[in-house]
Ligand binder design. Structure first.
Ligand code: NAD
Length: 476
């Protein structure tokens, strides 16, 4: 598949290519150009040239383009979901959810296009001020491979509605669905040059985009270390930044919780997308009174998960996205057992056998008796591995939950309002769920504290991060 620059498929004859392969089978899916700094320059130039036309349209007209794009995504959702499963690995049911999720986001931003933006300030005899919100110009969106379609929606929805033009860089293992959706936005009426997709490595294409002087804002989702590098690179031109980085979400289950419901929550919270989600349940804290029963139920569910090719009906969990991911998870488990930092209760090894030999499959894994200083608890484990810790009371659970460099999400499972109040007030995270985990609807601001990043996506306020105020001061 080709890059899209200026809304036109761009394939220079001298390009080298990045092959996209299916992580379940190793089969070739498609290829995309390995972009270069020149491609980034061309994309930024196209976006800069298109900015005037797009920003002068009414917000309503821009919202209509997003709305039409959502219709096209819904029309093509089966096709898009299949491409996403082939490049990313997740079960087709999850790909369908994600593709529809992107349509939901575009519809949400289209629906708030008519909301008033800006404000008026009256200063008595000194005058009156009209404070408007104006777009920033050319923005950049850098996308990870774990939820590429949803995260494209989170960034493109508000950036485009606010009147910016955009250059988007997909992850190299999952560029195909991003390119298809960019094509649908064009079909929905997005003028040439407003959205440009440049495929290629982060170290070259991503870095060139971050450093480009005409790019005013970087919205990045990915690894913490990359986020720090981007922050350093972006400071030369004082760019606006949204950084959505890692997470190590705690899930706290109290003795009064609805146990079967919480077991389902832990199962979905950790093993959805093979655990490759920033807000997955990454640490499970169980009240000692219910720990045994909980683990009996959860272990049975985890051992019953059907792991396989995401395209096969009935698959509950697909492969990891790459050999690198599989290697990381395997070494985390190896080190945990070597250092005697926990007991494997389920899984704990890559899947073997002819159905799995060409893919990156790992067994859904539960680890109990986890040592308080285990790497499993302090590092982000981006795969299907759940460390479980038993706690004597809520105070201990909250202390453990906060004992992390991350602060993305957290959940508490209880029927007691006082428990909810204490967790909400004392756990340091961007979102606290009660009796659920993972759900992030377009209306709700999303982002973390501490090393989980800066800024928020989703919700009406995300629009503000793609604009700046401009004031007309009327000194009567
Ligand atoms: P990554 O940082 O390796 O890559 C993310 C993107 O950045 C890719 O497109 C990559 O090509 C690009 N990139 C890499 N180096 C770059 C550089 N020097 N300059 C510019 N761009 C560069 O992350 P990943 O492995 O793709 O994603 C997994 C991580 O993302 C996990 O830590 C996960 O928690 C995090 N994540 C966070 C959220 C959130 O909203 N907080 C959502 C999803 C994933």
């Amino acid at each position: 598949m080709d890059m899209l620059i200026n809304g036109i498929a761009a394939t220079a004859a001298d390009k080298t290519w990045i092959e996209v392969t299916n992580p379940a089978t190793g089969e070739y899916v498609d290829r995309v150009p390995r972009g270069s700094e020149e491609d980034v320059n061309a994309a930024v130039e196209a976006a800069d040239a298109a900015f005037g036309v797009w920003s002068e349209k009414t917000t309503r007209d821009r919202g209509l383009v997003l709305y039409r794009a959502a219709e096209l995504i819904r029309r093509d959702h089966k096709d898009l979901a299949e491409i996403l499963t082939r490049e990313q690995g997740k079960p087709i049911r999850e790909s369908t959810d994600e593709v529809r999720g992107c349509a939901n986001i575009f519809e949400y931003y289209a629906s708030i296009a008519g909301l008033p933006a800006g404000e008026t300030v009256t200063l008595g005899k000194a005058g009156d001020c009209l404070v408007t919100r104006v777009p920033l110009g050319v923005c950049a969106a850098i996308i990870p491979w774990n939820m590429p379609v949803l995260i494209m929606g989170w960034k493109a929805g508000p950036a485009l509605l606010a009147g910016n033009s955009l250059v988007l860089k997909p992850a190299s293992t999952t560029p195909l669905t991003n390119l298809r959706i960019a094509g649908l936005l064009k079909d929905a009426g997005l003028p040439h040059g407003v959205l440009n997709v440049v495929t290629g490595p982060g170290e070259t294409v991503g870095a060139a985009l971050v450093k480009h002087p005409r790019v005013k804002k970087i919205s990045f989702t990915g690894d913490c270390a990359t986020g720090h590098r981007i922050r350093e690179m972006a400071q030369d031109h004082l760019k606006t930044l949204t950084l959505e980085l890692g997470g190590s979400d705690p899930m706290i289950v109290m003795a009064d919780a609805d146990i079967p419901k919480a077991v389902e929550g832990a199962l979905r919270g950790r093993f959805y997308n093979a655990g490759q989600i920033c807000t997955a349940v990454k640490r499970l804290y169980l009240h000692e009174k219910i720990a045994e029963e909980f683990m009996r139920l959860l272990t049975a569910k985890v051992e019953g998960l059907s792991v396989g090719n995401g395209l096969s009906p009935g698959t509950d969990m697909g492969p990891l996205n790459s050999a690198e991911q599989l290697g990381r998870i395997s070494s985390v488990i190896h080190e945990t057992t070597e250092r005697e930092e926990g007991t494997i209760r389920a899984g704990g090894c890559p899947l073997t056998g002819s159905a799995y030999e060409k893919g990156f499959f790992y067994t859904p894994t539960l680890i109990t008796d986890v040592a308080p200083d285990a790497a499993l608890l302090s590092n982000e484990i981006f795969g299907p591995v759940l460390p479980v810790v038993t706690v004597p009371d809520l105070g201990a659970a909250i202390r453990e939950a906060n004992h992390s460099k991350y602060g993305l999400g957290a959940s508490v499972w209880t029927k007691d309002l006082a428990t909810v109040k204490q967790v909400y007030q004392e756990v340091n995270a961007g979102i606290i769920w009660v009796n659920r985990h993972l759900t992030v609807p377009p209306e709700v601001p999303f982002g973390g504290t501490k090393e989980s990043g800066m800024g928020r996506e989703n919700g009406s306020k995300a629009l503000d991060s793609y604009t700046q105020t401009k004031t007309l001061y009327l000194g009567w």
